[in-house]
Design a protein around this ligand. Structure first.
Ligand SMILES: N[C@@H](CCC[C@H](N)C(=O)O)C(=O)O
Length: 314
C-alpha cells in the first residue's frame, strides 16, 4: 500500500501551524509518518505547515498522547504549541476538558481555560520539568550553561541551555538579528559534534509585559512561533533573574502570543494559548513517491480564524 487517504484538521497554536491527524486506529509505520510530515509540510505543496501532529493512544493514566514530526520528518520529543491543538482534539473526541497527555518525552497536563479573547479556544498546559542538565539537552559540555558562552558554538553571545523534552539554546539580546539567528540555527542543523541531536535556537528580547521570542526550529527553520522555545525562554528568564519565578508574563512571537509562567529551577512551565482549528480536509499521500494530491476541504472554521486575527491585530 503506497497510497493513503488521510483526514486531518489544519490548526495552529500561536501561528505555529500543523495538519493534525487522529492516528488512533491508524497503522502507519514511523517512516511513513515521516513521509506524511515532509509532504504535508512542504510550503510549495497543497497544505504547507511547520510539521505534523498526531493524536495517538495514551498509556497508563494518559487519556491520549501527542506525537509530532518536524517538517524534515524527524520526530520531536515535544511540541507545546501543537500540544494545545492535540489536547483540544482529544478533549473533543473523548468529551472532556482536562487530561494527562503522553508525549514522546514524558507527560503533560492540559486543561481548557477561559478564552484568551472571544472565540479563541484556549488551553493551558503544564510540561516539563525544564532542565539545564546538559545531557538532557544533548549539549556536549561539562556543566549547565546559564547565561554564558557555549564553548564550541560559533557565537560570542551568552546562552542558557534548557531542556523542555527537546533541546533549546536561548540568548537574550537587545535587538533580534534574524540573519544571525538563521546562520546559527543552520550551523546547529548541520549536526555538529557539540550537539547530540541538533537544537532549537532562540533570540529573546525583553518587553514591558514579558518577552518576545524568535526561534529557528530544529527540523524546520524559522517559524512564527515555537511553544517549547517560549517555555524555555520563560525558564531562562527566571534562571537569569529577568523575570521572577511564579510571575505570569506575556510571551510574544511573530505569530501571536501566549501567557507563561515558570515555577522555579527544574520545575514544569505553564503556558496558556490558543488552539485554533482553521479547516478540515482529506488528502491522498503517495508514500513511495512522496507526493500529496486530491486535497478536499470538508469544513471551514473561518470564525476561529477571524477571532484569532482580532486578538493578534488589536
Ligand atoms: N514548534 C514546537 C516544537 C517542535 C519541535 C522542535 N522543532 C524540535 O525538533 O524539538 C513547539 O511549539 O514546541
Amino acid at each position: 500500500m503506497t497510497r493513503v487517504r488521510l483526514s486531518f484538521t489544519k490548526c495552529h497554536g500561536s501561528g505555529n501551524d500543523f495538519p493534525l491527524i487522529d492516528a488512533r486506529g491508524l497503522a502507519l509505520a514511523d517512516a511513513d509518518w515521516a513521509v506524511v510530515a515532509r509532504v504535508l509540510s512542504d510550503r510549495a505543496g497543497p497544505v504547507g505547515s511547520d510539521g505534523l501532529l498526531l493524536l495517538a493512544e495514551g498509556g497508563g493514566d494518559q487519556a491520549f498522547a501527542q506525537r509530532m514530526f518536524n517538517a524534515d520528518g524527524s520526530e520531536a520529543g515535544t511540541c507545546l504549541n501543537g500540544l494545545r491543538c492535540v489536547a483540544r482534539a482529544g478533549f473533543e473526541a473523548l468529551g472532556r476538558e482536562a487530561a494527562t497527555i503522553g508525549l514522546k518525552a514524558g507527560t503533560a497536563e492540559a486543561a481548557r481555560v477561559a478564552d484568551l479573547a472571544p472565540g479563541v479556544y484556549t488551553v493551558r498546559t503544564r510540561a516539563g520539568p525544564a532542565t539545564t542538565d546538559p545531557a538532557a539537552i544533548g549539549l556536549r559540555v561539562a556543566a549547565p550553561v546559564i547565561e554564558a558562552r557555549v564553548p564550541g558554538l560559533p557565537s560570542e553571545r551568552a546562552f542558557t541551555g534548557v531542556g523542555m523534552g527537546n533541546p533549546h539554546l536561548i540568548s537574550f539580546v537587545e535587538r533580534i538579528d534574524e540573519a544571525e539567528l538563521v546562520a546559527l540555527g543552520s550551523w546547529c542543523e548541520a549536526g555538529p559534534e557539540l550537539l547530540v541531536d541538533r537544537a532549537n535556537v532562540s533570540f529573546v528580547a525583553e518587553r514591558a509585559d514579558g518577552l518576545f521570542v524568535r526561534t529557528f526550529e530544529r527540523g524546520v527553520g524559522l517559524t512564527d512561533a515555537c511553544g517549547s522555545a517560549m517555555a524555555a525562554a520563560t525558564q531562562a528568564a527566571g534562571l537569569t533573574g529577568r523575570v521572577a519565578f511564579g510571575r505570569e508574563i506575556t510571551v510574544h512571537n511573530p505569530g501571536g502570543l501566549v501567557r507563561a509562567s515558570a515555577a522555579g529551577p527544574d520545575a514544569p512551565v505553564t503556558i496558556a494559548g490558543n488552539a485554533t482549528f482553521e479547516w478540515e480536509g482529506e488528502i491522498t499521500v503517495d508514500l513511495a513517491a512522496e507526493t500529496a494530491h486530491d486535497l478536499e476541504i470538508t469544513r471551514r472554521r473561518d470564525h476561529e480564524v477571524t477571532a484569532w486575527q482580532a486578538l493578534v491585530t488589536r
